[in-house]
Design a protein around this ligand. Structure first.
Ligand SMILES: [Zn+2]
Length: 269
């Protein structure tokens, strides 16, 4: 299988070239190892990517082994990182959090090997590079923490990674929609990075993205003019605000050929 080599702030990353059938099914799950900062060979047999204490990525199980499509079954050597949800699921783990306990984390105690700031940066960098490459939307249903497979998808895991972020003192707190504050933070960081990576992509691709953005804006305005319910308008707006479209503003529609990466105040509403 051919691989794409990416240069990232977490080090070199190699991921397989996948077709759209495979990428449309992909999920990405963040973990911690519940061990020390040591990247053991056993860890590398459980996850596709392991992030060390310094935020650098190590390659574990080849992620193509977890891919399952009409033409290709999952390989027996696939990474088992989420109970009953390993097909087309990419696992990224921080080697950390050994001896940490959820009830102590609620009191602000994170054990001897708390996830480091560099590890968190590595987790979001690798996630963003993968999401940008495969076009995975950074939504809670697709990009999530291990425990959120339970709270969002209703698949019991009996795990609590990654429900806290030690260096920000984000303690385990479950929102009514099944998300955790900690993973919402990781998703925001990831989405921001995905947007940056898209800005850096080739001009032809940017022009195509701008054309789609224009359609969203026109649809938004037409929905307003037609007096459609505010819920409908909100959905259109949410689509428009997903990366890479979130990197454009209305002003980009009047300046042809703009790269659209300047931070301009939004003209709408
Ligand atoms: Zn886990």
């Amino acid at each position: 299988m051919k691989h794409v080599e990416l240069t990232t702030t977490a080090g070199k990353l190699a991921i397989p070239e996948l077709d759209s059938e495979a990428t449309s099914k992909l999920h990405l799950t963040w973990h911690w190892s519940a061990g020390s900062y040591r990247v053991t060979s056993s860890l590398l047999e459980h996850y596709h990517f392991v992030i060390d204490k310094h935020g650098k990525v190590r390659h574990g199980v080849p992620l193509e082994l977890n891919i399952s499509t009409r033409d290709k079954p999952r390989d027996p050597g696939y990474a088992r990182h989420v109970l009953n949800a390993n097909s087309n699921n990419i696992g990224i783990a921080a080697a950390a959090m050994g001896d940490a306990q959820e009830h102590l984390a609620r009191q602000g105690e994170y054990g001897k090997w708390p996830m480091t700031q560099a590890q968190l940066a590595g987790m979001t960098e690798v996630a963003a590079q993968i999401c940008a490459q495969y076009g995975i939307p950074v939504l809670p249903t697709r990009v999530l923490g291990h425990e959120e497979w339970d709270s969002i998808h209703g698949r019991p895991q009996d795990r609590w990674d990654v429900n806290c972020i030690p260096h920000l003192d984000l303690r385990p707190y479950l929102n009514s929609d099944g998300t955790y504050e900690s993973t919402n933070y990781l998703r925001r960081q990831t989405a921001k990075r995905v947007a940056e990576l898209h800005v850096n992509s080739d001009p032809g691709e940017r022009a195509r993205q701008l054309a789609v953005f224009r359609e969203f804006v026109e649809l938004h305005d037409a929905a307003y003019a037609a007096g459609l319910p505010v819920e409908t308008i909100r959905v259109i707006k949410q689509l428009r605000q997903l990366p890479p479209f979130s990197t454009f503003t209305r002003q980009d529609l009047t300046t042809a050929g703009s790269t659209g990466n300047e931070d301009k105040p939004g003209a709408d509403e």
